[in-house]
Ligand binder design. Sequence first.
Ligand code: LLP
Length: 437
Amino acid sequence: MTMSEKTNHLFWDGCDVVELAKTYGTPLYVFSESKIEQACQELQTNFIKKYERVRVAYASKAFNVLAMLKLVEKEGLCLDVVSGGELYTAIVAGFEPEKIEFNGNNKSVAEIEEALDYGVGRFIIDSIQELDVIRAICHKKNKIAKVLFRITPEITVETHRYISTGQKDSKFGIPLNEEVLFPLIKRAIDAQEIDFYGIHFHIGSQLSDNHTHLAAAKVALNLVKQIKERFDYDVKELNYGGGFGVRYTKEDTRQPYAYFLDPLMEETIAFCTAHQLYRPTIVIEPGRSIVAEAGITLHTIGSIKTLPDIRTYASIDGGMTDNIRPGLYQAQYEVTIANKQDEQPCELVTISGKVCESTDILVKDASLPNIATGDILVTFTTGAYGYSMASNYNKIPIPAVVFVKEGQAEVVVKRQTYQQIIQNEVIPNHLLKEERK
Ligand code: LLP
């Protein structure tokens, strides 16, 4: 679909956003393929091609649909999945299993079996118990699992506490207790069913300071040294997780990947050289920073309610069902009116969703031009954890997803229908009987 330029309309990767809303309806997730490619290429230039023995595994929880997985594979990335469903989608997308890493703090036996059968490249073990579960399944299937242990590096990060994961009190990872960790590693080294690769951490999400990654890397590198000293074993791989922050509002800064990765690599290389250690392969798992800023969401403004001396509420045809982040993390967003790009902001409007929840407020006090019912509201930076955390609360269908590139648009996920929402529901026979008690 190619569209003509209209000066007062917003364009996204060459597409007229107002036309997209007309053609595909709202709410609508729109992703710029070019922006996703740019992020992948930044990783290629500043990490993959710059350093030897490094990998990037896109954390697919940020946005895991067939088209996205195909795109990141085309861009030369590996993949991180955390559930049987994410793994299944990756396999259907044709992702090479060896390039898939399986994270998650409670993998089921069925999920581990599936992953082994597909031949996933790595298991990131999150608990002491999990090693034995994987061993037993490998034994039964006569397979060998390549594993890393996710540790809790005891690093506190500056982000919303709901997306902080590396602190001591965390449901993720194996605690840094020498008496527990080293015997566990030794068992992995010795186990026939296990190929011990190394150590993994992920300290949190939406981080804009590189110090916490560096501090966690030092913890991991120290483990590499101790594993060499104690067991004469060369750790093959370290996974430094994701968490690189993006720009949601003007107050946020998006640091280039090099800001995080260069000091991490320098520290890693220097440490290994100083201690005469084999320098492990370094893997990172960015999710948000690859896809967040490529995505926008379109809504149509419906009822507008002005409460004198309080505020104006403008309701949209979606809300926390397509973006739960404001309700869950008090996340802030920037919005604009797609069909009024030539108008100056003149009023403060609170954008509310249509869901029956008081926390269903997309943006409080957005500065917008004179708004009217029917205007197309655009929310920026919704590409990560928007679609992937969408729900059917209030039986609202999950919106469609469109990929745009240089003026062309294509649906990559169709809008859910009411029929699809109830397709797994059953009325039991005894309730079908007509007579009433
Ligand atoms: N690796 C692991 C093991 C993770 O747990 C995560 C995110 C990532 C990588 C990717 O982190 P990223 O680069 O995207 O920051 N729903 C929340 C974010 C939860 C992140 C969970 N883990 C949000 O909307 O902010």
